[in-house]
Write a protein that binds this ligand. Structure first.
Ligand SMILES: CC(C)(COP(=O)(O)OP(=O)(O)OC[C@H]1O[C@@H](n2cnc3c(N)ncnc32)[C@H](O)[C@@H]1OP(=O)(O)O)[C@@H](O)C(=O)NCCC(=O)NCCS
Length: 196
């Protein structure tokens, strides 16, 4: 659990990075300490984020969108230009583990409502608590900005993400019809009451 997510309104400078060690026996059975850090992204993370996005998007949406729709979306939404804009205007955080970026989360605040725009962990490292770690730090970031509600949308067929959000305490809301790269997409809105 991120100790920064304890409800204190910390300034952004304090919320810039959080590191935790975990013990990992690996395949050899030798006990290693693996450090994972959640920190604010910098321009040098752009290529890493693009790599994590490409791998995770294809694995996640293979049954929901065509590969070409995914590639077209990634081409503009994760272009260097778009990511640099995100770095300037919103909170882009990366999860670095054993020296490599393996996940990221994108946060913003609109009219006092927190927006969780993306949360992605490489498929090979999912279900090991890393998503929860990213969310804990996001929650601290939102609390520091006085956010009382967080919203997000998730593809209706993305059952794993929906299970994840429910576990975190999000409530499922209404459906929203949209499209991605010209293909129809049904999404569900999820809401979380901060401090609720
Ligand atoms: C959603 C995502 C970020 C969760 O990260 P994660 O590191 O795998 O999640 P955690 O290990 O912290 O899991 C927390 C809880 O979520 C739920 N969960 C996570 N993966 C699950 C799975 N495969 N099946 C069912 N429940 C799951 C569980 O309740 C889990 O708690 P538990 O392990 O104690 O039962 C990750 O699965 C991911 O990157 N998915 C692809 C991208 C995506 O769909 N992002 C959301 C777009 S809106």
């Amino acid at each position: 659990m991120c100790p920064l997510a304890n409800g204190f309104a910390l300034p952004r400078s304090v919320l810039a990075s959080y590191t935790e060690a975990e013990e990992n026996n690996g395949e050899t059975g030798v006990c290693l300490q693996v450090y994972s850090t959640v920190r604010v992204a910098t321009p040098s993370d752009i290529e890493w984020v693009q790599k994590v996005a490409a791998e995770t998007w294809h694995a996640t949406y293979a049954d929901i969108l065509s590969p070409s729709a995914i590639d077209n979306f990634l081409k503009w939404a994760y272009s260097e230009y778009s990511l640099r804009q995100t770095l300037n205007s919103a909170g882009l955080w990366v999860l670095e583990r054993a020296g490599e970026v393996v996940g990221y989360i994108r946060l913003s605040v609109r009219d006092s409502v927190g927006q969780l725009g993306a949360i992605y962990v490489l498929p090979s490292l999912q279900r090991q608590g890393l998503g929860h770690k990213l969310w804990s730090c996001a929650l601290a970031w939102f609390e520091a900005r006085g956010v009382v509600q967080v919203e997000l949308t998730v593809a209706e067929g993305n059952h794993i993400a929906q299970a994840f959000y429910k576990k975190l305490g999000f409530e499922a809301g209404e459906l929203k019809r949209s499209s991605l790269s010209g293909e129809p997409l049904v999404e569900r809105i999820y809401r979380y009451v901060v401090g609720g």
